[in-house]
Design a protein around this ligand. Structure first.
Ligand code: NDP
Length: 595
């Protein structure tokens, strides 16, 4: 029996959404160029000179994060050795290269999040690994699969063009390279271009400022492993944003700063973390051959499988949510298992979960007014769920001040500080925890357009939205593979599982093409259209990307157009992986043409 007043909650959610909704959508953010370009500088690795490359490789992969590392590892395992990763960072790691802010850790259990653990023989030291360990693991993968030598780091692709006569891609970069590749893979990451809020006066501030993905330890003191940020003891610091990044870096900031002002527009939902060190004896017991695949499939099946696994191996906030929804649905009378009744059951379990999360705020935060402002009024998957055991506690410190903007955002930035509701908060430093570009055009985020067959540009092919088969193949762009989550499994709770499956599939396709002596592989127009029809055929029952949600990057800031990004296989992630496994192992690669 629920004691929740669902109608009242729905009204409250709608009111809060209304406050936050803005007609300018993604245009409220500013691109980091011209006067703001310095926010992109790499504070971690100095650039080194090198001679431009003008050679040929079998496979070039753009992006050296998990997508590139995993795909190239499988390609190498398949016996194709001639592989080159092009990466804009000074080392491998992608998001974990850039995000070295204090307190950074992974919100997904390391046993399923960190790929290729079995192959590299690494035991994660904690249930939720901290960022330095994940960055080191990225390097470990690159070393293990011998990816360093042929790769180009600190290098950005500027042009990618299909050469019809030679059936190769021409890759040009900002380091003067112009080389060719038979196959090109792309794992650019959905969250790799930092954005700043377009707050009036943002360039006027005379103090210090940086984005969380370019943390300035020279200014703050400390380091990513947790050394105290001793240079902040006498500083007044503002942090703008309270998303998943801010939730992790606010506790160490609260400890270090003279005064910390947290500028909030929408509160995050912050559930229990429950991190703990890995017991090596326990790990030795579970790490029998094939263990990581079993864990991956268990985590994914727990959330999306038709049959719930008997045991939930990971047991965390993600699987808890899935279990609750399923239990609610199981309570429905068998003759009432309609999509509507299932949606209502899903919604009810969400209301219960969010009520518990709000009650947690009251239990932890001592000042009732601050506690009230830290409560999230939306469905849990409207925004990225957060998990932390020190975030809410930070607001009990006398030096930590929550400045809530009632859904409106910061009003202005001046030479001296940050203005909200007409009050100026003078600070020495502003830290932007304002996230990354998601809803902007693919070509803007990539930094280049792709010119495919007959001069067709990807920006033209996707003018009306993203169109692929499996989220990987695009008609008109032979020998090109995208590695990302949309239009395939769309599993956001464990993004690397998408990569593991895509990587194995791409490796199989490349091996097959090489064995056949095929020059080209391309998805047919019919197969691509059929795949898109399949994706659109199923009713959309999830919350992610819903226009009813409070605005954010999950739903294109409340504007139309989010649907293609969060479109996934109708049967769910586990069904997709099962389908893909059969598709790649059947040997006919239905929908692809090898020529
Ligand atoms: P987000 O986009 O989630 O958060 C940006 C924050 O800035 C929001 O709180 C936003 O408010 C706020 N903001 C934007 N404009 C203004 C303004 N004008 N005034 C005040 N506040 C403003 O970025 P994050 O970097 O926090 O997270 C991005 C993603 O990275 C996460 O969603 C997650 O997927 C990933 N991540 C993953 C982690 C992991 O453990 N694996 C850890 C950290 C991040 P509003 O909500 O109202 O838009």
């Amino acid at each position: 029996m629920t004691t929740i007043d669902i109608d009242a909650l729905k009204r409250k959610y709608a009111e809060e959404r209304e406050k936050r909704l803005r007609p300018d959508g993604n245009d409220q953010y500013v691109q980091l160029k011209d006067q703001l370009a310095h926010y992109l500088d790499d504070p971690y690795t100095p650039y080194t000179e090198r001679a431009p490359k003008t050679d040929h490789v079998t496979v070039a992969f753009i992006g050296g994060g998990f997508a590139g590392l995993v795909t190239c590892a499988y390609i190498k395992q398949a016996g194709v050795d001639d592989v080159r990763i092009v990466e804009k960072g000074g080392d491998f790691g992608g998001t974990w290269y850039w995000n070295r802010y204090p307190g950074a850790m992974c919100d997904t259990a390391s046993f399923v999040y960190m790929p290729l653990l079995e192959e590299t023989g690494h035991m994660p030291t904690e249930k939720y690994a901290h960022a330095p360990e994940i960055l080191e693991h990225s390097r470990r993968i690159a070393k293990h699969f011998d990816l360093y030598d042929n790769s180009l780091l600190h290098t950005e692709v500027t042009d990618l063009e299909w050469d019809e006569a030679r059936s190769v891609w021409i890759v040009r970069t900002n380091r003067g390279d112009e080389f060719t590749a038979q196959f090109v893979g792309m794992g650019l990451g959905p969250l790799h271009v930092p954005k700043l809020p377009g707050i009036p006066g943002i360039t006027d501030f005379k103090g210090h400022s940086f984005h969380t993905s370019r943390w300035d330890y020279d200014y703050t003191g400390g380091d990513p492993t947790g050394a105290p940020m001793d240079k902040l003891a006498d500083k007044r610091v503002a942090i703008i944003g309270t998303g998943a990044t801010a939730v992790q870096c606010i506790p160490p900031l609260a400890e270090a700063c003279g005064e910390l002002f947290v500028f909030q527009r929408t509160p995050s939902s912050v559930d229990v973390r429950g991190n703990r060190p890995t017991d090596p004896d326990w790990f030795a017991e579970i790490a029998t051959p094939g263990w990581q695949r079993r864990w991956l499939e268990n985590f994914t099946a727990t959330q999306s499988g038709i049959v719930m696994p008997e045991q939930d191996l990971v047991m965390d906030g993600w699987t808890d949510l899935a279990r609750r929804i399923r239990e609610k649905i199981m309570q429905l009378p068998p003759d009432n298992l309609t999509p509507e009744s299932m949606m209502a059951a899903f919604e009810e379990s969400d209301f219960e979960k969010m009520s518990e999360i709000r009650a947690r705020v009251d239990a932890i935060v001592e000042d009732p007014a601050t506690a009230d402002r830290l409560k999230a009024w939306y469905r849990q998957l409207c925004k990225r769920p957060c998990f932390h055991d020190e975030y809410l506690q930070a607001f009990n410190r006398p030096n930590t001040h929550l400045v809530d903007t009632d859904g409106k955002g910061v009003e202005r930035i001046t030479e001296r500080g940050v203005v909200v509701a007409g009050v100026e908060y003078e600070v020495d430093c502003i830290i932007y925890a304002s996230g990354f570009e998601v809803g902007t055009a693919f070509t803007r985020r990539a930094g280049f357009d792709i010119i495919g067959r007959d001069g067709l540009k990807l920006s033209e092919a996707w003018a009306d939205g993203m169109v692929t088969m499996h989220g990987v193949h695009v008609h008109g762009f032979p020998n090109m593979f995208m590695v990302q989550v949309a239009q395939g499994a769309n599993l956001i709770s464990n993004v690397p599982h998408n990569f593991t499956e895509a990587g194995q599939t791409i490796a199989t396709i490349v091996r097959h093409a090489v064995d056949l002596g095929a020059q080209e592989v391309e998805v047919t127009e019919e197969a691509q259209a059929g795949w898109m029809d399949l994706l659109y055929s199923a009713p959309r029952i999830g919350t992610i990307g819903s226009p009813d949600c409070t605005p954010g990057y999950y739903n294109n800031e409340g504007q139309p157009g989010a649907v293609d990004w969060f479109l996934g296989y109708p049967g769910g992630a586990m069904a997709y992986f099962t389908y893909l496994d059969q598709w790649r192992n059947s040997g006919d690669f239905k929908g692809l043409e090898f020529r």
